[in-house]
Design a protein around this ligand. Sequence first.
Ligand code: ADP
Ligand code: ASP
Ligand code: MG
Length: 411
Amino acid sequence: MALIVKKFGGSSVATTEKIMAVAGRILADKGPDDKVVVVVSAMGDTTDDLIKLAKAVTDKPYGREMDMLLATGEQVSIALLAMAFASLGQPAVSLTGFQAGIATTGAFNKGKIRAVKAERVLAELDAGKIVVVAGFQGMTAGGDITTLGRGGSDTTAVALAGAMNAAVCEIFTDVDGVYSADPRVVKAARRMREITYNEMLEMARLGAVVMQPRAVEMGKHYGVPIHVRSTFTRESGTIIREAYTVEEKEFTVRGVTHDANVAKVAILGVPDRPGIAFKVFSALAQANIDVDMIVQSIRNADKNINDIVFTIAQPDLPLAKQIIEKVGSDMGVLGVTVDENVAKVSVVGAGMYGSPGIAAAMFGALADAGVNIEVISTSEISISCLVQADKVKEAVAAIHARFFPDNANGG
Ligand code: ADP
Ligand code: ASP
Ligand code: MG
């Protein structure tokens, strides 16, 4: 007997036929005493469609009502999947995030799971049912629905698995594992048999949307292995865990990621005195806006003014622009510019710390591909470059070819 949490993403449940197929596969794989919790996302592009609806009626598509709207997507798929199980003779029950005990912080659109009270889920499992839980949503202490950010169903699944001490959290999706680059962009990308939480977390943070970063953090926190695999094939997939257990070919760089969901903000002519950066970034932090690459450079040493350039996620741009224009005018800056036509390309690998050649090789690959680098940032296990958005695919391919040269046939 095992307790297993399985999560199916939007493309896995995009149609009623696919929902029936998911129900059938879960039953085929279920041992007689297994207890199965299934977390599902909204069908297909439902979340994108809901965002479009909101944008048609407001230029502020965020906040409480946005979450009220977005959470409906997952409610459709849980009900349909529970009905599909019933039609196959399997008792099942659907639960919203709240009913499943997912307690969240009050940050609308970016809620974080602060606790999982799994009593109801456990009771339904004990009653012999498959429990189908709405991903991506939870409820605040004050009774408001919050969503967990794009890709948040991954986090619901891993949090439930951790809280219930499940043997494994299986993430079923439209690719058959984690690859050394997005396999839709780099045909030669290789599938990994295993990847550590730390490397997967960095890849996810830097744009590998196959896992939401928070989900990987949760997995690491609880020590739950996460198994990324295909909904549509029976390939073995990729296990995300603390340390490697099988010998893989030594790659200093594990993956190349890209993120086109980036915007660049530049504040020009900022006074060069203590407290200025604090003012700018605390205003953004108060609005829950995550800032990523930050560069300050001297604009004019005689006049004691600098430029500050940073990147944020594109959906945060309208609010960030409003905040920065206000802070900027209070400080008397020369101007604020924004650019959405940028993207970030990164290399990730725990082994690259202390390997100075990696940065040079990455920049060399970009130079040879004729891609200009606008901003560079580094962490212990990654290097990122901001490039023009229309160059990003070329950039990923060129960097991948540099680090995985003999891997044209996959792994
Ligand atoms: P789901 O709807 O199942 O949650 P997502 O679209 O969120 O699926 O995530 C799966 C997608 O992640 C894949 O279709 C793939 O294009 C993309 N992806 C990006 N980087 C990677 C990577 N390194 N390995 C595998 N998939 C990746
Ligand atoms: N439906 C949500 C989204 O599209 C959550 C998820 O799919 O994980 O982002
Ligand atoms: Mg996803």
